[in-house]
Design a protein around this ligand. Structure first.
Ligand SMILES: Cc1cc2nc3c(=O)[nH]c(=O)nc-3n(C[C@H](O)[C@H](O)[C@H](O)COP(=O)(O)OP(=O)(O)OC[C@H]3O[C@@H](n4cnc5c(N)ncnc54)[C@H](O)[C@@H]3O)c2cc1C
Length: 870
C-alpha cells in the first residue's frame, strides 16, 4: 500500500501519470538525485495500457520499436512475443520496468491530481489531489498522456440505456463475455477497428454504428519482424540512433517516389509492398507527396478502397466502409486484424450514421432516424479529448492567476510542446506542439524526458531554479507548428488532430508534423543556443536569450537541404552561359505550374530587335478582354527566359484572372545597362498600344516582375511617368532589386546560404552595370523620383538579401504619396515564393499578389468605358 503524502510534503518534483512518460521521467529525476513524487488516477502503472483493456487492444507500432531504449540491459531482459503485442503484454512490460527500477515506491496510485497553483513568492507549485492532499514542489511535470481523457459520448439519452455500457478506454478489469448478446459498437476509429472483430466472435448480433469510415490496413501480426530483430542484434545502438533521427521514430528510408509522376506499375508495387508489410511506417511512405498533394493522396486512397471492396462481399456495405471524406493519413490510419472481413459475417451489420443518424439512446437500445434497435450492451469506442484534455482538466494555474484552460481557450500554445509562458517550471511530456501522436511515442517520450532531465541538470549546475519560455519564442514555435501543418493535407480533415471530435474545442492543428528528427534537432538547437527563448532565474541570476528557433517555412528549408545535397557549383563561379545552362536544367526538373486557358508565343519589336513574349490567358469565362499584366522574369539581368518563370506566370494568370504577357529582354553581359530597362519600357508601350489584340482591356495594364525583372518593371513605370504614358494601373514587385547598396542588414543576415547570395548579387551587378552607373535611377530606382508612380505591391521575403531594399522602396513610395501594399513573405527566401508546385507555403503569398493585381483594376468596368477612357 502506498502511504498518502502528508500536508507538509515537499518535493523537488511532482510527476503526474505513470505510463511510459511518467515512469521514465521518475527514473531520470531520481538519477539526478531529486526527490520525486508520482501520482496516477489508475490503480497501477501502465497509463494507456492500464486503462484500454478491451479485447483486441494492441500497439500499432511494431514492438521492437515501441519499447524503451534507454537501458541496453533492460532491452536484453525483455522479449516481445509478437510483432504487435496485446495490451496485457504491454502492461506486463511496464510493470516489469516499474519493478526493475523500483519506481512504484514513489508513486501514489488511485489518486487524481485535481489542481496545481504556482506561488510566485515561493517559486513553488502547490499540488492538490482528489484526496485533499497538498504537496509542494519546485518542478511540476505532467506525464498525463495525449490519449488519456476519454471523450464523453455526445449522444442524446446516453445515460438512459438500461443494459450494459462499456467504454473501450475504461474497460472492466475482469473482462466482458458477450456470448449470446446483442451488442452495439459506436465508433470506428483505432479502438473500434480493433475491438469489433473480437466482439463479433462472441455476440449473437453485432451492430456497428459508423459516422466516419476509416482507412485501415491489415496488421499481418505474427512474430516480431525478423529483419528488425536482426538489425537490432547486429547494431542496436545504430538502430536506435536511426529511430531517433527518423521522421516518425521508426527507422525508415523516406521515399522520393512521387505519386503523381510514378508509373502505374511503380505505384502498384509500392502500395502492395506496404499492404503486405502491415506497418504504419510503410503505408505513410508509399509516395513522398501523399500528404501534400491531393492527387497523389487520391491514388493511394483509391488503392485502399479497392482492397476494401475486394474484401467486403456486400457492395453497399463495402461502399459505406470506404473512406471518401478525408485524405489518407489526415486521420490516424489504423492497423487491423480481420476488420473488414467481419462485415461478411451474417450476424454483423453496419449502420451508416451519415444516412441514418442516431436520434437517441433509449432504455432498450438505439433509435436512429429510420429504425429502433434493441441491445443488451453498448460499447462506446468514441475516442479521446486528445492532447489537451488531460492537461486542461487538471486545473493548472500559473503566474497572475491565469489558468491553462483560460490561456488555451483559443487553442494550445507551447514552446516545443514542453512548456508554456506564464507557467514557470511546468513541463508537459508529449504536449501539443510536439510530434507525440504522429510518432512512435516510445521514442518521442524518451527524447522529451531526456530533454527535461538535461534542462534541470543544466539549471542546477548554473545555480538557476526557474525556467519559462518567452512569449516571442512560444509564438514563433506555434507559428512553426502551424506552418508545418499548413503545407500538408492535415488541416482539411475533421480529425482529433484538429480537435474536431470534441464539440466546442478550437480547431487548431495540435501535433508537430515536422518529424521526430526535425523536432529533436530544434530541441537540441535551443539548448545549443543557450536555451534560446527561455528565461531562467536563480538567486541573483536572471538570464534570457530571446529568439525564435525556427522561422523558415518548412518546405523552403526542405528545398534548401535538397539543393545543398546536390552540391551544385555556386552560380557566381561560372561563366554566364554555364550559369544559364544550370538554371535551365533545374527549371526543367520542376513541376510545370497550373493549366491555363491558352498559351501563345510571339515577338515584340524592341529598341534593338525583336523581344520574344509568351501570353497566358486564363481558362473559363469571361470570354472577352481582361486586364493585362506585362511580366518580366528574374535572373539578375543575366539569366532566365520565358521558360524560367513559366510556372509563376501560369499561377499569376490563373489566380488574378488577368492576361499575362511575359516578355524576354536583352541580357547582360552581352547587352549591358540600360538595355534591359529600355526593353522593358518598350514592351510596356507596345502592350498598351496593342492591348485589344492581346485580349486585354485598353487602359487596364499593370506591370510585374521578380528580382531583376521587378527592377526593370519599376524602372519602366518611372520612364512611363516621365514620358506621360502609357497609363500603368499598378506594379507588382516580387523581391525587387531597387538599389545597389549592399550594406543593408538583410545583406548581412541573408547574404549566404539562401540561394541568392551577396556574391551572386555582386556578380549580377558586375555583369549588368559599370560601378559608375549603379547610382542611376534606371539601375537603382529607389534613388529616383517616386512621385506619381502607380499603386504598388512589394513582396519582401524574410530570408532575402534584398528584403530591406524592398521595404525601403515601399516606405519611400509611401512617402511620395503612392498607395503601397507591402506583402511579407514570412519564412521565405528570394526564390521560394516563385517555386510554384514545389513550395506550397508560397501559395498564400501568390494569392496576395493576385489580389493586389485585381485591386489595381476598376472591377467590371464595361469595355466601352475602358475604350473611351483610354
Ligand atoms: C489503444 C491505444 C493504442 C495505442 N497504441 C500506440 C502505439 O502502438 N504506438 C504508439 O506510439 N502509441 C500508441 N498509443 C498512444 C499511447 O498513449 C502512447 O504510446 C503512450 O502509452 C503514452 O504514454 P504516456 O505515459 O505519455 O501517457 P498515458 O499512457 O496516457 O498515461 C497517462 C497517465 O496519466 C494519468 N493521469 C492523467 N491525468 C491525471 C491526473 N489529473 N491525475 C492523476 N493521473 C492522471 C492517467 O490515468 C494515465 O494513467 C496508443 C494509445 C491508445 C489509446
Amino acid at each position: 500500500m502506498n502511504k498518502p503524502a502528508s500536508v507538509s510534503d515537499q518535493f523537488d518534483a511532482v510527476v503526474v501519470g505513470a505510463g511510459f512518460s511518467g515512469l521514465y521521467m521518475l527514473y531520470r529525476l531520481r538519477q539526478l538525485g531529486l526527490s520525486v513524487k508520482g501520482f496516477d488516477s489508475a490503480g497501477d502503472v501502465g497509463g494507456t495500457w492500464y486503462w484500454n483493456r478491451y479485447p483486441g487492444a494492441r500497439c500499432d507500432i511494431a514492438t521492437p520499436d515501441y519499447t524503451f531504449s534507454f537501458d541496453p540491459e533492460l532491452e536484453n531482459e525483455w522479449t516481445w512475443s509478437e510483432k504487435y503485442a496485446t495490451q496485457p503484454e504491454i502492461l506486463d512490460y511496464l510493470r516489469f520496468v516499474a519493478d526493475r527500477y523500483g519506481l512504484r515506491s514513489d508513486i501514489q496510485f488511485s489518486t487524481t491530481v485535481t489542481s496545481a497553483r504556482w506561488d510566485e513568492q515561493e517559486k513553488r507549485w502547490t499540488i492538490t489531489t482528489g484526496h485533499g492532499q497538498e504537496i509542494r514542489c519546485r518542478y511540476y511535470i505532467m506525464a498525463t498522456g495525449c490519449l488519456s481523457m476519454p471523450k464523453s459520448p455526445d449522444i442524446e439519452g446516453a445515460g438512459r440505456f438500461a443494459g450494459q455500457v462499456y467504454f473501450t478506454s475504461r474497460w472492466p478489469h475482469e473482462g466482458v463475455d458477450f456470448t449470446g448478446q446483442r451488442v452495439a459498437v459506436i465508433g470506428t476509429g483505432s479502438s473500434g477497428i480493433q475491438v469489433i472483430p473480437l466482439i463479433a466472435r462472441q455476440a449473437s448480433q453485432l451492430t456497428v454504428f459508423q459516422r466516419t469510415p476509416n482507412f485501415s490496413i491489415p496488421a499481418h501480426n505474427g512474430p516480431a519482424p525478423a529483419d528488425r530483430l536482426r538489425q537490432l542484434d547486429e547494431d542496436r545502438d545504430g538502430y536506435r540512433h536511426d529511430a531517433r533521427w527518423s521522421r516518425i521514430g521508426v527507422p525508415n528510408e523516406p521515399t522520393d517516389v512521387l505519386g503523381v509522376t510514378a508509373s502505374e506499375a511503380v505505384r502498384r508495387e509500392r502500395f502492395e509492398a506496404a499492404w503486405e508489410q502491415g506497418e504504419l511506417a510503410g503505408i505513410v511512405n508509399v509516395f513522398a507527396d501523399q500528404l501534400f498533394n491531393p492527387a497523389s493522396n487520391d491514388i493511394l486512397a483509391e488503392m485502399i478502397r479497392e482492397k476494401i471492396r475486394s474484401i467486403v462481399t456486400d457492395p453497399e456495405t463495402a461502399e459505406t466502409l470506404c473512406p471518401k471524406d478525408h485524405y489518407f493519413g489526415t486521420k490516424r490510419p489504423c492497423l487491423d486484424t480481420g476488420y473488414f472481413d467481419t462485415y461478411n459475417l451474417p450476424h454483423v451489420r453496419l449502420v451508416d450514421l451519415r444516412k441514418q443518424p442516431i436520434v437517441s439512446i433509449t432504455e432498450d437500445g438505439i433509435e436512429t432516424a429510420d429504425e429502433s434497435f434493441g441491445f443488451d450492451a453498448i460499447v462506446y469506442a468514441t475516442g479521446f479529448d486528445a492532447m489537451t484534455g488531460a492537461l486542461v482538466a487538471a486545473d493548472v494555474t500559473g503566474r497572475d492567476g491565469l489558468s491553462l484552460k483560460e490561456k488555451w481557450a483559443a487553442g494550445p500554445s507551447t514552446y516545443l510542446g514542453l512548456m508554456t509562458a506564464g507557467f514557470p517550471n511546468f513541463f508537459m511530456l508529449t504536449g501539443p506542439g510536439s510530434p507525440s501522436v504522429l510518432s512512435n511515442m516510445a521514442v518521442s517520450i524518451e527524447q522529451h524526458v531526456d530533454w527535461v532531465a538535461g534542462c534541470l541538470k543544466d539549471m542546477r549546475e548554473e545555480g538557476l531554479d526557474t525556467i519559462e519560455p518567452t512569449e516571442l519564442a512560444e509564438s514563433g514555435w506555434n507559428q512553426h507548428v502551424q506552418d508545418c501543418g499548413a503545407i500538408t493535407l492535415m488541416p482539411t480533415a475533421n480529425s482529433w488532430y484538429m480537435g474536431a471530435n470534441v464539440p466546442g474545442k478550437p480547431r487548431v492543428f495540435l501535433p508537430y508534423i515536422g518529424g521526430v528528427d526535425a523536432y529533436r534537432q530544434a530541441c537540441d538547437d535551443v539548448v545549443g543556443q543557450g536555451y534560446l527563448g527561455f528565461r531562467m532565474t536563480g538567486p541573483g541570476a536572471d538570464r534570457c536569450r530571446d529568439g525564435v528557433i525556427r522561422s523558415m517555412q518548412p518546405d523552403v528549408a526542405m528545398v534548401l537541404e535538397f539543393l545543398a545535397a546536390m552540391g551544385l557549383p555556386p552560380m557566381d563561379t561560372l561563366p554566364a552561359d554555364d550559369a544559364r545552362a544550370l538554371m535551365a536544367a533545374t527549371a526543367a526538373a520542376r513541376p510545370p505550374g497550373p493549366e491555363v486557358g491558352e498559351v501563345t508565343d510571339g515577338v515584340i519589336p524592341g529598341p534593338a530587335g525583336d523581344l520574344p513574349y509568351r501570353l497566358y490567358r486564363p481558362a473559363g469565362p469571361p470570354e472577352g478582354p481582361r486586364p493585362l499584366v506585362v511580366y518580366f522574369h528574374g535572373g539578375g539581368w543575366v539569366l532566365g527566359n520565358l521558360d524560367s518563370d513559366d510556372p509563376l506566370c501560369r499561377d499569376l494568370c490563373e489566380r488574378s484572372g488577368a492576361v499575362v504577357v511575359s516578355v524576354n529582354y536583352r541580357h547582360a553581359p552581352e547587352a549591358r545597362f540600360p538595355a534591359a530597362a529600355l526593353d522593358a519600357f518598350a514592351a510596356v508601350q507596345w502592350a498598351a498600344a496593342n492591348a485589344l489584340e492581346l485580349g486585354g482591356i485598353p487602359g487596364q495594364l499593370a506591370v510585374a516582375g521578380w528580382s531583376a525583372g521587378a527592377n526593370i518593371a519599376t524602372v519602366a513605370c518611372q520612364l512611363a511617368r516621365d514620358a506621360e504614358g502609357p497609363h500603368i494601373s499598378g506594379q507588382v514587385l516580387i523581391c525587387p532589386v531597387v538599389d545597389s547598396d549592399m550594406t543593408r542588414p538583410s545583406y548581412q543576415e541573408n547574404g549566404d546560404g539562401y540561394i541568392l547570395t551577396t556574391a551572386l548579387m555582386r556578380w549580377f551587378w558586375d555583369h549588368y552595370t559599370d560601378p559608375a552607373d549603379r547610382g542611376e535611377p534606371r539601375a537603382a530606382p529607389l534613388r529616383g523620383d517616386l512621385h506619381g508612380l502607380p499603386s504598388t505591391c512589394i513582396v519582401a521575403a524574410d530570408f532575402d538579401p534584398l528584403r530591406d531594399e524592398g521595404v525601403a522602396y515601399a516606405h519611400a513610395l509611401e512617402a511620395a504619396g503612392v498607395p503601397v501594399r507591402l506583402a511579407r513573405a514570412r519564412g521565405h527566401t528570394h526564390t521560394s515564393v516563385t517555386m510554384v508546385g514545389t513550395v506550397i507555403s508560397g501559395a498564400p503569398v501568390r494569392a496576395e499578389i493576385a489580389e493586389a493585381l485585381r485591386n489595381f483594376f476598376p472591377s467590371a468596368e464595361p469595355l466601352e468605358h475602358a475604350l473611351q477612357r483610354s
